[in-house]
Design a protein around this ligand. Structure first.
Ligand code: 6GU
Length: 224
């Protein structure tokens, strides 16, 4: 997979890719992530990428020309499966969308900023619009990092234990069961006996029951 991220604030976005699982995925060549600073595609001497909105109103709007220049250059180099725009009015991200996007080969992710982008960017280039929830962030960068994390961890070979992603919360629309590690008794709080029994079919059944119980209690909406 290759991801090209277009942003006015690359520095806000880079650090999640420089640690832990994402860093390892990049080092193992399981994914390539490239950052494109929109200012490098600005027109004129002032490196302008945004302007006041027609019709008046507060807030700046990202201009169509620099974004066109950047996306068109990338598209000349390779084919893209999707051009995703991160915006609070997009489809709310969930595990199903992450699973689907993780199967793509080449992606462009455009981060919105200020009041957003000129509508013509959306009309011309964007194939998919994604939000990460019903609240407003200062820009799409942190949302893009969330999206990238959720898809990169699904790529084959990224997680150590390949079955690990399959047992995550949400993969089967259920919350994950509780987990424990040593010690088996901490200040009188004991690990459920069954987990120490070595009876794996029984343990599996217990985990399923716990997942169902947790979901019923905490997220009944997932069961509908
Ligand atoms: Cl994708 N962008 C912004 N600016 N705010 C958000 C969001 C995205 N998703 C939720 N809130």
């Amino acid at each position: 997979m290759r991801i090209d991220i277009i942003t006015v604030l690359p520095e806000l976005l880079k650090s999640p890719f420089e640690a832990s699982i994402l860093k390892r995925a990049i080092e193992k060549n399981l994914v390539e992530v490239h950052f494109h600073n929109l200012r490098d595609y600005s027109l004129g001497n002032y490196k302008q990428v945004d302007d006041y909105q027609f019709g008046g109103g507060a807030g700046m709007v990202l201009m169509v020309e620099p974004i066109d220049k950047c996306i068109s250059k990338l598209k000349k180099e390779r084919e893209y499966d999707d051009v995703i725009y991160m915006t609070p009015d997009g489809d709310t991200l969930n595990q199903g969308i992450s699973n689907e996007v993780s199967l793509k080969k080449n992606l462009i992710i455009l981060c919105g900023h200020y009041k957003g982008v000129d509508q013509r960017v959306r009309d011309l280039f964007i194939t998919r619009e994604i939000s990460i929830g019903d609240y407003v962030l200062s820009g799409g960068e942190l949302a893009a990092a969330v999206l990238c994390d959720s898809i990169i961890r699904l790529l084959p070979g990224v997680l150590n234990d390949e079955t690990s992603a399959l047992t995550d919360s949400f993969q089967d629309n259920l919350l994950a069961p509780p987990v424990y590690t040593r010690p088996s008794d901490y200040k009188g709080l004991k690990v459920p006996e069954i987990l120490l029994s070595g009876d794996f079919p029984k343990i599996e059944k217990w985990r399923e029951e716990q997942a169902m119980e947790r979901t019923t209690k905490l997220r009944p909406d997932l069961l509908k």
